[in-house]
Design a protein around this ligand. Structure first.
Ligand code: 9MR
Length: 347
C-alpha cells in the first residue's frame, strides 16, 4: 500500500476509535447494557442459569451463558447416575466440563445434587441392601463427590425433594432404609468433605407457605437444634401460570431468613399451556418480576437461578406435553418480555 494511503487508513481508524464505532473500544463496552449478573451484583445477589453438557456445543448458546450469568448449575452432570455409574467407579467428565467452563467465565457453581430418589444408577436401585450397606454406599458417594469438587463450588444441594406435598417424608429408598436421619447424616458427611461449601436442602412447591414448606421450616429448626450443618433452603420455583402465583413467597423466604438461613430460588421456570399468547407472556413477565422483587426484599435470599435460560433447552415440553415457553429467552435465543421484567426488577 502507498504511504499516503496507509496514512489515510490510519487516520480513519483513529477517527472510528474516537467515535467508539469499532468493536471492543472502551466507549462501546461502556454502552452495552448491564447483564443480569451485573444488575444482581448491585444488590449483593447472583443471577444464575442451569446448563447441560449436550448444549455446550451450541456456540450462540454458550456465548450468552458465559456472559449474562454469574452462577451456573449442572442440570444433570453431577447426579448419581452420571458420577458413579458403577459402584465405586467415579466419572467426573460432565461435572468437570461445566465447572471448568464456569470458572473460565469467572462464574461460581451451585452443585446439584447428592441425595435424591431419581436418576440413580441401576447398580444402586437394582438390588436389595441392608441399612448398614446402604449407609456406607451413601457416605462414600457424598464424600467422594464433595471432596472432588472441594474448593471449586459455592454450594451443594445435599438432599433434593425429601418431602411429599402434604409435608410427610417422601418414601424414598433412603428414607425407607435409613429413616429421616439420613438427611442429618448427609449434611454432616458433606460438611466434613468440604467445610466451606454452603449446604442446602432443595425442593419444588415450597415457594408458598403451606404444608410442604412448613415441613422444611420444622426440619431446619430441628437440624439447627442438633447443630447439623445446614446453610440454606433452595426453593426450586417450577411455576405454572395455570396454578397461580405463590403470593406468600416473600413471607416464606423471610421466615427462613429469621432462622439465620440463606434461601435461593434455584430452578426457576414459569410454564404455560401453549400457545404462548401475548397475554400469557405478559403475565409470565409479571411473575418473573414479582419473584425477583421478592428475593431482593429478603436479605438472606442470596440469588436466583433459572432452569436453563432458553426455551430451546427447557425440560418442560418433554415432561408436560402441550406446555412450555417457560424461560426468559425464546428458542431463537431472543429475549422475551420476562427477560425485560427481570431487568426492571433488578434496576
Ligand atoms: O433438567 C433435568 C432434566 O434434564 C432431567 O431429564 C430431569 C430428570 O428428572 O431432571 C431435570 O432436573 C430436575 C432437577 O434435577 C430437580 N428438580 C426438578 C428438575 C426438573 O425435572
Amino acid at each position: 500500500m502507498p504511504k499516503n494511503r496507509l496514512r489515510l487508513v490510519g487516520a480513519l481508524a483513529t477517527a472510528l476509535v474516537a467515535a467508539g464505532l469499532t468493536t471492543g473500544t472502551p466507549a462501546q463496552a461502556h454502552d452495552r447494557p448491564a447483564t443480569l449478573a451485573e444488575l444482581a451484583q448491585r444488590h449483593g445477589r447472583y443471577f444464575g442459569s442451569a446448563t447441560d453438557n449436550p448444549e455446550l456445543t451450541d456456540t450462540a448458546y454458550t456465548a450468552l451463558l458465559g456472559s449474562e450469568f454469574d452462577m451456573i448449575t449442572p442440570g444433570n452432570g453431577m447426579k448419581w447416575y452420571a458420577t458413579e455409574p458403577q459402584q465405586g467407579v467415579f466419572d467426573w467428565t460432565n461435572g468437570d466440563e461445566i465447572v471448568n467452563l464456569a470458572h473460565k467465565n469467572h462464574q461460581r457453581v451451585r452443585a446439584h445434587t447428592l441425595v435424591w430418589h431419581s436418576q440413580l444408577p441401576g447398580w444402586l436401585t437394582g438390588r436389595e441392601w441392608t441399612a448398614d450397606e446402604l449407609r456406607a454406599v451413601l457416605k462414600k458417594h457424598i464424600q467422594t463427590e464433595v471432596r472432588h469438587y472441594r474448593g471449586k463450588v459455592y454450594s451443594w444441594d445435599v438432599v433434593n425433594e425429601a418431602f411429599n406435598e402434604d409435608g410427610t417424608y417422601r418414601e424414598t429408598l433412603w428414607y425407607k432404609m435409613l429413616g429421616p436421619g439420613y438427611i442429618a447424616d448427609a449434611l454432616r458427611w458433606a460438611h466434613q468433605a468440604d467445610p466451606h461449601a454452603k449446604l442446602y436442602l432443595n425442593d419444588y412447591n415450597i415457594e408458598a407457605v403451606g404444608p410442604k414448606s412448613d415441613a422444611y421450616y420444622q426440619l431446619a429448626k430441628d437440624l439447627q437444634a442438633q447443630h447439623v450443618p445446614l446453610d440454606g433452603i433452595g426453593l426450586q420455583a417450577h411455576l405454572a401460570l395455570q396454578y397461580g402465583y405463590p403470593t406468600t413467597l416473600e413471607d416464606n423466604l423471610r421466615r427462613f431468613s429469621r432462622l439465620g438461613l440463606d434461601t435461593a430460588l434455584t430452578e426457576v421456570d414459569i410454564r404455560m399451556i401453549l400457545p404462548a399468547t401475548e397475554e400469557k407472556q405478559a403475565q409470565q413477565a409479571d411473575w418473573y418480576r414479582d419473584l425477583t422483587k421478592a428475593c431482593l426484599a429478603v436479605r438472606r435470599c442470596v440469588g436466583i437461578t433459572v432452569w436453563d435460560y432458553t426455551d430451546k433447552y427447557s425440560w418442560i415440553p418433554a415432561f408436560f406435553p402441550g406446555q412450555g415457553a417457560a424461560l426468559p429467552w425464546d428458542e431463537q435465543l431472543r429475549p422475551k418480555p420476562a427477560y425485560f421484567a427481570i431487568r426492571d426488577a433488578l434496576k
